[in-house]
Design a protein around this ligand. Structure first.
Ligand SMILES: Nc1ncnc2c1ncn2[C@@H]1O[C@H](COP(=O)(O)OP(=O)(O)OP(=O)(O)O)[C@@H](O)[C@H]1O
Ligand SMILES: [Mg+2]
Length: 360
């Protein structure tokens, strides 16, 4: 199987090209499948890639976090391709897309007659991935009962099919991903903390595109080139105005959104110079976004910090392990802040790290 191509483009070179009104599209861009390559040269992406190459050859469980469209699945595939398991299956499961009452059977299979409609034995995704890698996308959506079964797979490397009595040994590497805050899900009792620690052996956090804007020009070149080939168009450059627009937009949908905007623009493009219609960008560029006053930003940060400390101290403000000690402020400062920031400290007293056991 082909290895993952990582296209590194010299940011200085890219920057120089952007000085011109019309930018020549790089010829050297790989012509392979769009799904395989991780494009970009920013420090943040390089850090991710260095973690990928370190963890890939091991069998460690990886938890990839990050906003939607940041490349979590791309990274999961890269880990598989660079692992000793690369010649075996990579099985991807979107836990959010499978009805909750079917997810256990989907992952672990079922025996004939185990539930209405189970007309014959069916292998689950773990059995299909034997020897390879399973990618559990949106892992935060797993129901609690299935979380327990997954924990058993990670700890004891075995599971049972739904309706079965025999334990099945498994040799599958787990890479999981989520765009949800699993710590918050743990605090809310919807995600098991023991499973979180088992999954989080090696965390990889995908930075949002707005925090690695240096990657935008090379991604634009890459996607324009790819889409133009697909639709049989000859696009030679991009207007500076369009590139500036693409670079200043905050990209809430990250790289997927960029890819879609470019595909649409290439289809519409009638000249050799590529341009983007600004009305296609869902949000206004950063420059015109309303400015949040600094005092509001600081208050929000302070609130987040105190709430995190209260969560750790389970609502306790003072004492050696209280929230005041955690944030390094005197109690006499923290208590008035709790009141002025309207923090309900009681909310942290009961539910932190409590596990709710599913009854159905
Ligand atoms: N660095 C990159 N270089 C090239 N293509 C990329 C890059 N990052 C993401 N993509 C492309 O962007 C799209 C979204 O990536 P991916 O599906 O991996 O995101 P995700 O984080 O799993 O999103 P979601 O949370 O919505 O599932 C894919 O088509 C992927 O190939
Ligand atoms: Mg995904």
């Amino acid at each position: 199987m082909a290895s993952v191509a990582v296209i590194m483009v010299d940011p200085e070179q890219s920057e120089k090209r952007l000085k011109h009104d019309s930018v020549a599209l790089a010829e050297e861009i790989d012509k392979g499948s769009m799904c395989d390559e991780i494009v970009g040269s920013s420090g943040a992406l390089q850090k991710v890639l260095s973690h990928v190459s370190k963890v890939a050859p091991t069998d460690a469980t990886v938890l990839v976090t990050g906003e939607t469209g940041t490349g979590k699945e791309l990274v999961a595939r890269a880990i598989h391709r660079r692992s000793r398991r690369s010649s075996r299956a990579f099985v991807s499961v979107n836990c959010a897309a499978i009805p909750r009452d079917l997810i256990a059977s989907e992952l672990f299979g079922h025996e004939k007659g185990s539930f209405t409609g189970a007309l014959q034995r069916r292998l689950g995704r773990f059995e299909l991935a034997e020897g390879g890698t399973i990618f559990l996308d949106e892992v935060g959506e797993l129901p609690l009962g299935t979380q327990i079964a997954l924990l058993r797979v990670l700890q004891e490397h075995e599971f049972e099919r739904v309706g079965g009595t025999r334990s099945i040994r498994t040799n599958v590497r787990v890479v999981a991903a989520t765009n949800r805050n699993l710590q918050a899900a743990i605090a809310a009792g919807t995600f098991r903390s023991d499973l979180f620690y088992r999954l989080n052996v090696f965390p990889i956090d995908m930075p949002p595109l707005r925090e690695r804007r240096e990657d935008i020009p090379v991604l634009v070149e890459y996607f324009v080139d790819h889409c133009a080939r697909k639709v049989g168009k000859n696009i030679q450059g991009i207007t500076k105005e369009s590139l500036d627009l693409l670079r200043s937009y905050p990209w809430p949908g990250n790289i997927r959104e960029l890819q879609n905007v470019i595909e649409r623009s290439v289809i519409m493009c009638e000249t050799e110079n590529f341009s983007v219609d600004k009305t296609w960008l869902a949000r206004q560029p950063l420059a015109t976004e309303p400015k949040i006053p600094l005092s509001e930003k600081l208050a929000a940060q302070e609130k987040e910090m105190i709430e995190a400390a209260l969560s750790e101290s389970r609502g306790q403000v003072f004492g050696p392990s209280g929230a005041a000690a955690i944030v390094g402020m005197p109690r006499s400062t923290v208590e008035p802040k709790i009141r002025s920031l309207k923090i309900n400290k009681n909310r942290f007293k009961s539910c932190a790290y409590t596990l709710v056991v599913e009854t159905s």
